[in-house]
Design a protein around this ligand. Structure first.
Ligand SMILES: [Zn+2]
Length: 849
């Protein structure tokens, strides 16, 4: 322990002298609204997009903003339009005479002085409800709450408002809107500036587009839509069914956050999270860290008579007793069959490739783009002002979680280099590895490489993946080897090696200590379980517990590489079922009797879920009409992604159902999906995964992207990683997703290969902010998303984002620094999309979903 400590101190001293620059201070300046809408080219490079553009039948460049359409139209509605769009305070006379109203003045609508009394602002700032204030009822992240939310009846589909002046229903809606809003002071006349001109053009274009894409009102009339009512109903039903299917799998595999025992009151977190730093302004709280002690961990007793068994189908089941199991009794766990899963998957795939559904989803996404542009145009000043009023919080002082980072590459290169040099200097005679039957010391390893500590530099280390790795995942994997030497990777970056992962534990603790010092940054590190042997889990748990790698800033995810073909080729396993047994049997054992693997039990309390990793771009030829079951999958071919997905999710069903019954924390499935390869992966993840990593390929599948939006499936994206591997930065869809309202967060993936500074997460935020001109509010929203997506316990997350975030989805501005108007915008937009689907489904026969 003392040695570790001194090593770190020395390293820190080295660091102070020879530090990396910290680019993190770049991103906090709020930027002006960009004119990004003028160069929407997200789709333009893709085949898919050409098709979509053709099917919308619009102008060649842009469906709603062209030179021609801008010049020939006049403005018919304005205030009512803008106000209704964003529930801004409106004025009755304005609303009832849309034709005569002046064009929207971008900066005036939400201007603080005339429209928002200071008392309201203050209460907003404190996160309290106020009679006159606009308080979000829902966060953008809780679609499940939408359907039965009391605020739904007041939702007015804005198209009804703008359909046409003669339409009586439209008038009715307009009137009802007026009664919903408190009339406030007259909006000042517009000033003549660039924002106005742009705003007016936008408004007109969006209005036209909405006429094309919206349902008009409750009388089943359609305004300018090409789809017939039957077609619309068909589209609505297909989308609703896709969502229902996902719900079914989420419920069966117990992946809903609100049901996870660790999110229920009374869940004990050990060691306890640090107390709030400031009880009040004058008195900093004392923060005495409780050090982890295995003896303080409670190990629950065995679960009576319950037994588990792997069935013929490659999925575990749990029975009340051995008698039940042996006499064909029913297990108390239930799992969907592989046939059911693949049929459901086919339904989703058929739906997202259906022409009319694609067109429809594409239009909705475009509408979301436009709605966002108008929102930022009108509300940017208000947002900035609201966030400035929040004490203490800024971009650096809101919690953010790196939700997708691999532990083996969590340190930066400089850190690893320093660590290797330090070990070479202080511990050269330690035996570290066995090669060809001979035990080598660290000095001997370096002698065999013909290197001294002095020779080592970042360049000799050669781990950056900026050149030569593009579309070469194989080359990228080799970048994990320092100096291209797998020996060094084995010594320094493995948990299970000749020195029992001692070096890796030390450097991991240094990485974690850096994280703790920044206080507001957390990480969910991914560690590997391969499924090659039964003792992997115990070894990993022992590595974590014995080295006391516990931190309030860290949780774990288990990454399972899809490498069956390699194990098969080297004779480690004979069929796929053995991989599943190696992966899951220890988990069932420890769930039945925690004392059989006490360290594993303790470690699992900090494990969030499973990840599935490997090169997605590998081709997957479908050799079989019907996939063989795992026990007869004994060919050399690797099973396809979807097959891995199903068996992970299916075994999680039984495991989680049992763990829930035992009041142990349950796991979620958060695979890498849509980084490269077939877009089918994203459809499988839509059904089986709670959230995913990457998802950049959603840009090619509008219908699926729309479903990901509706379900608010979390996407932990890493544009810098994509830039090095699969998609250049400027084409990354991250910003588009963010504007549309998908549940996106930034993550680092592999700081060792992609980042240069010692705060890789801030580097990721910083680059994104520079390229896409994110405001500080945008970045705080991204941070908030990352916390909500993460697998930290609800008790901790309540402290980080809001006391009722889990039940109501409502976050608190004094914790997240995300202003209420932004939250309100996100939730009302999402509500509206759900309401439209519901109405499409029920429009002919009055039935609901
Ligand atoms: Zn990754």
């Amino acid at each position: 322990m003392a040695a570790e400590h001194s090593s770190h101190t020395k390293l820190s001293a080295l660091a102070a002298a020879d530090d990396l620059c910290d680019v993190a201070s770049n991103g906090s300046t709020p930027s002006p609204t960009t004119y990004a809408l003028l160069d929407h080219d997200t789709y333009s490079d893709d085949d898919q997009s050409d098709e979509m553009q053709a099917s919308t039948g619009s102008d060649a460049h842009h469906p709603y903003l062209t030179q021609r359409s801008m010049s020939k139209n006049s403005y018919e509605v304005s205030h009512a339009f803008a106000n209704a769009m964003f529930d801004l305070p409106t004025n009755e006379s304005d609303a009832s005479h849309p034709g005569s109203a002046a064009p929207a003045e971008p900066n005036s609508g939400p201007a603080p002085a005339p429209t928002t009394p200071r008392s309201i602002l203050m209460s907003q700032r404190l996160g309290k409800a106020h009679s006159g204030a606009v308080i979000p009822q829902l966060s953008p992240r809780t679609p499940a709450m939408i359907a039965d939310h009391p605020s739904m009846p007041s939702l007015i589909l804005d198209a009804a408002l703008y359909s046409s002046a003669e339409n009586p229903a439209a008038k009715h809606s307009r009137a009802s809107l007026a009664t919903l809003e408190t009339p406030l002071a007259e909006t000042p006349a517009p000033e003549n500036n660039d924002d106005d001109v742009l705003g007016m053009r936008l408004e007109k274009e969006i209005r036209k587009m909405m006429l094309r894409t919206h349902l008009s009102d409750e009388t089943s009339d359609l305004v300018g839509m090409s789809e017939t009512p039957e077609e619309l109903q068909r589209i609505g039903k297909a989308l609703a069914k896709c969502m229902k299917l996902r719900d079914k799998y989420m419920a069966l595999s117990c992946q809903k956050d609100i049901e996870n025992p660790k999110n229920c009151p009374g869940w004990k977190i050990y060691p306890p999270p640090p107390p709030p730093a400031w009880h009040n302004y004058h008195e900093p709280a004392s923060s005495e860290d409780v050090e982890f002690d295995m003896n303080d961990c409670e190990i629950p007793p065995i679960d009576g008579d319950c037994v588990f068994a792997m069935g013929n189908n490659g999925v575990y089941s749990v029975y009340e007793s051995a008698h039940d199991r042996d006499n064909n009794g029913q297990p108390f766990t239930s799992t969907p069959s592989i046939k059911e899963f693949f049929m459901d998957l086919d339904f989703v795939l058929d739906s997202i490739s259906d022409g009319p559904i694609k067109t429809w989803a594409f239009r909705r996404l475009r509408y979301l783009d436009a709605r966002w542009q108008l929102y930022t145009l009108l509300n940017e000043r208000e947002e900035t002002m609201q966030s400035q009023m929040v004490p203490h919080r800024d971009l650096y002082n809101v919690r953010k979680v790196d939700g997708h980072v691999h532990l083996a590459s969590a340190m930066n290169q400089k850190h690893l280099l320093r660590f290797i040099k330090y070990k070479l200097k202080t511990d050269p005679d330690k035996p570290v590895i066995v090669r060809d039957g001979k035990t080598l010391t660290l000095r001997e390893v370096f002698e065999s490489l013909n290197l001294t500590a002095y020779d080592l530099s970042i360049d000799t280390l050669d781990m950056h993946a900026h050149k030569g790795a593009y579309h070469r995942f194989d080359k990228f994997n080799l970048k994990y080897n320092p100096i291209g030497e797998s020996r060094l990777r084995e010594i320094f970056m493995k948990t299970d090696n000749f020195i029992d992962g001692e070096f890796f534990a030390q450097i991991t603790k240094e990485v974690i200590s850096d994280l703790e010092q920044s206080k507001y940054q957390m990480a969910e590190y991914r560690v590997s379980i391969y499924g090659r042997s039964r003792d992997e889990w115990d070894k990993l748990a022992a590595w974590v517990v014995d080295n006391k790698i516990f931190s309030s800033n860290v949780r774990w995810l288990i990454q399972v590489p899809r490498l069956y073909n390699i194990y098969k080729a080297t004779g480690i396993v004979s069929n796929f079922e053995q991989v599943l047994v190696n992966l899951f049997e220890p988990l069932f054992e420890v769930t039945r009797d925690p004392s059989s693997h006490p360290k594993l039990h303790v470690f699992l309390q900090r494990v969030v879920g499973f990840d599935s990793v490997d090169d997605e771009s590998k081709s997957e030829r479908r050799m079989h009409k019907k996939y063989p079951l795992p026990k007869v999958w004994d060919t050399e071919t690797n099973p396809p992604y979807n097959y891995y997905c199903y068996f992970t999710m299916a075994n999680m069903c039984a495991l989680n159902q049992w763990r829930m019954r035992r009041n142990f924390n349950t796991f979620v499935f958060r695979p890498h999906a849509g980084e490269a390869g077939d877009t089918e992966h994203l459809a499988a993840a839509f059904l089986a995964a709670q959230s995913i990593n990457h998802g950049i390929l959603l840009r090619k599948v509008p219908a699926l992207q729309y479903l990901y939006y509706l379900q608010q499936i979390g996407l932990a994206m890493s544009p810098l990683s994509n830039n090095a591997l699969f998609l250049v930065y400027e084409r990354n869809p991250f910003n588009t997703y963010f504007q549309r309202g998908l549940n996106v967060a930034l993550s680092t993936d592999d700081p060792l290969q992609f980042h240069f500074t010692k705060e890789p997460l801030m580097e990721e935020y910083s680059v994104a902010a520079q390229i896409w001109k994110f405001s500080s509010v945008d970045m705080c929203e991204l941070s908030m998303n990352s916390v909500i997506q993460s697998g930290f316990e609800a008790e901790v997350k309540r402290h980080w984002v809001g006391r009722e975030y889990l039940e109501t989805g409502q976050t608190e501005v004094h914790k997240t620094n995300v202003p209420l108007c932004r939250l309100k915008y996100r939730s009302s937009t999402l509500e509206q999309e759900h309401a439209i689907i519901a109405r499409m489904v029920g429009r002919n026969n009055g039935n609901n979903v």
